[in-house]
Ligand binder design. Sequence first.
Ligand code: AMP
Ligand code: ZN
Ligand code: FE
Ligand code: FE
Length: 278
Amino acid sequence: MRVDLHMHSTASDGTSPPAALAEECRAAGLTHAILTDHDTAAGVAAFCAACATAGVRAISGVEFNCVYDGELHILGYGFDPAHPALARCLAEMAEERARRTGRMVANLNAAGIGVSLERVAEIAGSGVMGRPHIAQALIELHLAADIPEAFAKYLNRGCVGYSHREKLPSREAISLTRAAGGRCVLAHPLLTHDADLPGLIRRLAKEGIEGIEAYYPLHSDADAAFFLKQARELGLFVTAGSDYHGAGRHGTYLGKEARMSLELEAGVRLLFGEEGAV
Ligand code: AMP
Ligand code: ZN
Ligand code: FE
Ligand code: FE
């Protein structure tokens, strides 16, 4: 088993189209893969179809950016993308992302930074819009050297370009995913920067998450062991993901998160409906 349960495509802010990403999964030797674009499942059908052809097991996935003072990301897995309430919610999130991009470009323009909304929309293509697309446009104008610099100078909260975006409460993301037949997992828990991680995990478990992404490139072995212990105490499963965004982004790559354990294997079997199989 070689798994990567967290990656992005051009349907959000990744650089590989879903079908090409499936081929990259095969080339990376993955046996199980899940596409988890930000607030959209638009790439899931193409990704799963291409995975089937490539001999990689795949199920549906999404990464919800939830309401929180900081970053709280919830992964939804194995849901029906056509479920009406979930599909409606994701469509609304995409619209809000587009409106927010307009507000941010207007802020930048008002500050004399001549980034064009047309160019940002072109960069986003058919994918849902995000700040990384504005960052790319700023890089093209030589106003930033790379994406982290664009965020630090223009796009982070407190910067001239920033505009708030309406996000989904975690409780709602979880109940919608479950109503659509899926399961939820807390993504990269360390990146929440919560001072009371056990408290946060307990709250989310009450709201209905069933797993924790214990294995993530930024998690040390000690971090992973800590999240495994939290999972064991609360009866949650554990998962692993690289958060791949395409070539040359975020310093990660497909399958970068290669740590394995019996607990992870059990989590994957549960998610993919392979219980009992070896
Ligand atoms: P948005 O979804 O539009 O709020 O943009 C947030 C996304 O941008 C995150 O999910 C990351 O994928 C990416 N991102 C956020 N901060 C940075 C950063 N400092 N450098 C690179 N990418 C970032
Ligand atoms: Zn992203
Ligand atoms: Fe995330
Ligand atoms: Fe992600």
